[in-house]
Write a protein that binds this ligand. Structure first.
Ligand code: UDP
Length: 498
C-alpha cells in the first residue's frame, strides 16, 4: 500500500522508443538516468516482444520503471511474424516497420487516457518519444500533456538529417556538392555523405512520405532533448531552436551502464575477461580499437584492405570482426577466405580478433586504448569521448556522416578514413591515417590533447554534486521545470474554465 502511494506521489514520465536496439538502448539509458533523480516513476512503452525481452533480463526489482506493452502484431502489417525490432528484419523491411508503427496511435492515446484514469485524473508529467514518433507529439498536445522528442543523435548530425529530408537538396542541383538551404552554417555536403535512403529519395518514395509527416509533426512537441553536450554541439542545437521555435535540452552523455547491457540483446560472454586480460598486458595508449557498431559490417574487399592496413601499421589492435556484407552474421567466420593469407598468425602477438560483439565500453575505458576506428554511431562516439579517446571515422549510414564532420572539423578529435560500405579503401591510406592519429606527429598529439579536453568538458557537463550543476544536469532540470510549469498552466486553465 505504502509503495503504491509512493508511486502515485512520483511524477510519471512516459518513455517511448522506436522498436530498434539503437533506439531502445539510449531510451533505456535515459530511463535509468531519470530514475536516479528520485521523485519520478517511468512508464516504458514498447511492443510486446521488446517488452518481454527487457523484462526477462532487466534488474527492475525495486525500480520505479514500469514496462508496459502497447499491442502490436507484425503479421497484421505484411511483415514476417514476430518481427517487432529492426534487429530481426532485412534493411528493405525497416521502412515497413516504421510505417506500421504509426498505427500504434489509437493504442497510445488509450494508454495515456488509462494512465490519467489510474492516477485519479492526474496527467503524466510528460511524454518523451522517439525521433520517428512525431505523431505522439500531436496526441500529447490534444491531451494537454507536455511532450519532448528525445534524440540519441548529435544535434549537428540530426540537424543535417532533418534538413536533408525536408529539402532533398541533392535533387535540386546538378553538382555532387550542395549546401543545406536552412542550415548554411553546416559545411557543404557531398553525395558520398548521403545515406542510401536519402540518396534515392524523390519526395514520393515511402521514406520521403514518412519523414515529411513525421518531421513536420515535431512542431506539436514542446521541445527536443538531445543526448549531447552543449559546449561542442551548439550549431545543431541552434538549428532546432530556430527551426521549431522550441527549447532544446542537451542532457548528455546519457549512457547505458555495462550491467544493463545484457538486457538489450547481445552478450559479451567470455570476451569481457579475455579483453581485459589482453589489454592489461599492453602498454598505456598503445591499442587501436576497431568496431562498427551494433549491426554494421563492411564489404569483403574493404575487410581485406583493413586487415592489410592493420598488418602494415604495426600497431596493437582489437578488431570486432563480422562476416562481410552478403553473409549471414551468424555464419562461421572464414578467416582463410576473408583475411589475407597468414594474417592471424602474423598479427597473433599484437592483434585480438573478437567475433561479432565485444564489451565496447570496457575496452574504451581501458588505459591501454589509444584510438578508435568507428562508424561514428553517436553512442560509440560518446563512449569514446567520455574516455578521452580520439577517433578514426568511417561513417556508414544515417547521420553518421555528419557526426564525422562535427568530430573532425568542429571538434578536432577525428580523422575521416572512409565513407560508406561500398567505397574503395586502400590499405596504404588507411595505415597512414592510423599512424597519423596514433603516432607522436603534431596532428596526433593535438588530437589526443583535444580528446582529453573533451573528456573534461563532458565530466563537467554531467556534474551534479553539492548544488553544483554542469550544463547537461542543468538542462535536465530545465526540462522538468518546463514540464511542471506547463502542467500547472493546464491545471489553472481547467480550473478557471470550471
Ligand atoms: N556495442 C558493443 N559491442 C560491440 C558493438 C557495439 O557494446 O561489439 C555497443 C556500443 O557500445 C554502443 C552501441 O552498441 O553502445 C552501438 O551504438 P551506436 O550508436 O554507436 O551505433 P549503432 O549500432 O546504433 O549503429
Amino acid at each position: 500500500m505504502a509503495e503504491e502511494r509512493k508511486d502515485r506521489e512520483r511524477e510519471n514520465v512516459v518513455i517511448f522508443p522506436f522498436m530498434a536496439q539503437g533506439h531502445i538502448i539510449p531510451f533505456l539509458a535515459l530511463a535509468l538516468h531519470i530514475e536516479r533523480r528520485k521523485g519520478y516513476s517511468i512508464t516504458f512503452l514498447n511492443t510486446p516482444l521488446n517488452i518481454a525481452k527487457l523484462r526477462s533480463s532487466l534488474p527492475l526489482g525495486s525500480s520505479s520503471i514500469r514496462l508496459l506493452e502497447i499491442p502490436f502484431s507484425s503479421s497484421d502489417h505484411g511483415l514476417p511474424p514476430n518481427s517487432e525490432n529492426t534487429d530481426v528484419l532485412p534493411y528493405c523491411h525497416v521502412i515497413r516497420l516504421i510505417e506500421a508503427s504509426t498505427t500504434l496511435r489509437p493504442s497510445f492515446e488509450k494508454i495515456l487516457r488509462d494512465l490519467i484514469g489510474q492516477n485519479h485524473g492526474r496527467k503524466p508529467l510528460c511524454v518523451v518519444a522517439d525521433i520517428f514518433f512525431g505523431w505522439t507529439a500531436t496526441v500529447a498536445k490534444e491531451l494537454g500533456i507536455f511532450h519532448a522528442v528525445f534524440s540519441g543523435c548529435s544535434g549537428f548530425g540530426l540537424a543535417c538529417y532533418y534538413s536533408l529530408w525536408l529539402n532533398l537538396p541533392h535533387r535540386k542541383v546538378d553538382s555532387d556538392e550542395f549546401s543545406l538551404p536552412d542550415f548554411e552554417e553546416a559545411s557543404t555536403i557531398h553525395v558520398s555523405q548521403l545515406p542510401l535512403n536519402i540518396f534515392e529519395a524523390d519526395g514520393e518514395d515511402p521514406w520521403s512520405k514518412f519523414q515529411k509527416g513525421n518531421l513536420s509533426a515535431w512542431v506539436d512537441s514542446n521541445g527536443v532533448l538531445f543526448n549531447t553536450i552543449r559546449d561542442f554541439d551548439h550549431l545543431g542545437l541552434l538549428y532546432f531552436r530556430r527551426k521549431l521555435n522550441r527549447p532544446v535540452w542537451p542532457i548528455g552523455p546519457v549512457l547505458l551502464p555495462s550491467e544493463s547491457r545484457a538486457s538489450v540483446g547481445k552478450q559479451n560472454g567470455q570476451t569481457s575477461e579475455l579483453c581485459r586480460e589482453w589489454l592489461n598486458s599492453k602498454p598505456l595508449n598503445s591499442v587501436l580499437f576497431v568496431s562498427f557498431g551494433s549491426m554494421n559490417t563492411i564489404s569483403a574487399s574493404q575487410m581485406m584492405q583493413l586487415a592489410m592496413a592493420l598488418e602494415k601499421s604495426g600497431k596493437t589492435f582489437i578488431w570486432v570482426v563480422r562476416p562481410p556484407i552478403g553473409f549471414d552474421i551468424n555464419s562461421e567466420f572464414r578467416a582463410q577466405e576473408w583475411l589475407p593469407e597468414g594474417f592471424e598468425e602474423s598479427v597473433s602477438s599484437r592483434g585480438l580478433l573478437v567475433h561479432n560483439w565485444a564489451p565496447q565500453v570496457e575496452i574504451l575505458s581501458h588505459e591501454a586504448v589509444s584510438a578508435f576506428l568507428t562508424h561514428c554511431g553517436w553512442n560509440s562516439v560518446l563512449e569514446a569521448l567520455s574516455n578521452g579517446v580520439p577517433l578514426l571515422g568511417w561513417p556508414m549510414a544515417a547521420e553518421q556522416f555528419y557526426n564525422s564532420v562535427l568530430l573532425e572539423k568542429g571538434i578536432g578529435v577525428c580523422v575521416e578514413v572512409a565513407r560508406g560500405k561500398k567505397c574503395e579503401v586502400r590499405y596504404e591510406d588507411l595505415a597512414g591515417k592510423i599512424e597519423l592519429v596514433m603516432s607522436d606527429s603534431a596532428k596526433g598529439k593535438e588530437m589526443r590533447r583535444k580528446a582529453c579536453e573533451v573528456k573534461e568538458m563532458i565530466k563537467s557537463a554531467m556534474k551534479d554534486e553539492n548544488g553544483l550543476k554542469g550544463s547537461s544536469s542543468k538542462a535536465l532540470d530545465d526540462f522538468f521545470s518546463a514540464a511542471m510549469v506547463a502542467r500547472q498552466n493546464t491545471l489553472e486553465g481547467c480550473n478557471s474554465n470550471n
